[in-house]
Design a binder for this molecule. Structure first.
Ligand code: NAX
Length: 325
């Protein structure tokens, strides 16, 4: 059995937290040989509910759960963390503009970025789930000057998984038969789910579906899926978001399958003509705990326009939080 690793999760008394923690403790994230110490971080008013979550986690008697640290102090919550999943964020309240949301969350992610900088393991892998995820990740990254920017990522895996599932259903195929899906850009309705390089049972996906379906069905369905879940369930995606967070971290830590890639929000390095200095979703392969952008994919004019539109939105978001960077 390996030495336990420390996994910090924020927002643990919320919806996604409740769907996420039990699966991490069961070994779904890092496998059946990796014990974990869970660091549960919440705001002070939620500490009582957090105590209930800790009690339930203990009651599961998970063999891999070595310990639990529950706290409202980021310095304690991120102490020696090897992984940090930042779920907790301010939801958009009535009458709140996007700018207000960016501002309210900016305050959270500057504090958490600094706490990660000062207290986490030097190799910590950070995933931001709380919205607006890409720009929150940028704020946390800029607040942690002693860590490598590459240690900060934003969650696009839910969008990636949604795209795979839609394409599998359309082509009468199965999820494992779909490889090389890409979602570019921002975790928002400007994201660009792109099947140009996707394979279905080894066949190019663009040969199996028509352009009209892509434009009027697939792309908007994936872009609007979060709103559709809220409309149907009366609450935002929770179990699927938790599952995607586990997939993101497992792939980052343990690697992508040969011949496949995943979508991750990462600091742009200028690849594909996307401006540097935003957290943009790219197709990446992972190996030995590191990711690399898949390079040299041909980009059609149709894709170019959509990749640029979602980059522009991220530049606007960055502009709105410039004073925090
Ligand atoms: P909930 O409101 O159920 O839970 C959020 C929890 O975070 C609350 O318990 C709250 O007390 C806690 N929290 C707030 N500020 C905190 C802080 N500074 N430190 C620690 N904890 C804090 O929301 P939930 O449904 O769990 O969603 C959480 C976030 O995920 C939201 O921002 C949501 O928009 C975002 N999502 C992101 C997705 C993605 O793909 N990137 C998809 C799902 C989800 O919509």
């Amino acid at each position: 059995m390996n030495k336990p690793v420390r996994i910090a999760v924020t927002g643990c008394a919320g919806n996604i937290g409740y769907a996420l923690l039990f699966r991490i403790a069961a070994g779904d994230m890092l496998g059946p040989d990796q014990p974990v110490i869970l660091h549960l971080l919440e705001v002070t008013p939620a500490l009582k509910a957090l105590e209930g979550v800790s009690m339930e986690l203990r009651d599961c008697a998970f063999p891999l759960l070595a310990d639990i640290v529950a706290t409202d102090d980021p310095a304690v919550g991120f102490k020696d963390a090897d992984y940090a999943i930042l779920v907790g964020a301010r939801p958009r309240g009535p009458g709140m503009e996007r700018k207000d949301l960016l501002e309210a969350n900016g305050a959270i992610f500057t504090v958490q970025g600094k706490a990660l900088n000062d207290h986490a393991s030097r190799g910590v892998k950070v995933l931001v789930v709380g919205n607006p995820a890409n720009t929150n990740a940028l704020i946390a990254m800029r607040s942690a000057p002693d860590l490598d920017p590459r240690q900060f990522t934003a969650m696009m895996r839910l969008d990636h998984n949604r795209a795979i599932s839609q394409l599998a259903a359309k082509t009468g195929s199965t999820v494992p038969a779909i490889r090389r899906m890409t979602v570019w850009g921002n975790h928002s309705s400007t994201q660009y789910p792109d099947i140009s390089h996707t394979l279905v049972d080894g066949r190019p996906a663009p040969e199996l579906v028509d352009q009209a379906w892509l434009e009027t069905d697939f792309i908007p369905t994936v872009q609007q899926r979060g709103a559709a879940i809220i409309a149907a369930r009366g609450a935002s995606s929770a179990a699927s978001a938790a599952s995607a967070a586990i997939d993101h971290m497992r792939t980052w830590a343990l690697g992508t399958a040969d011949g496949d890639w995943v979508s991750m929000g990462i600091p742009s390095d200028g690849s594909y003509g996307i401006p540097e200095g935003i957290i943009y979703s790219y197709p990446v392969t992972c190996r030995d705990g590191r990711y690399e952008i898949v390079q040299n994919l041909p980009v059609s004019a149709f894709s170019r326009a959509r990749m640029d539109a979602t980059a522009r939105e991220l530049l606007e978001e960055r502009e709105a939080v410039q004073h925090l960077l």
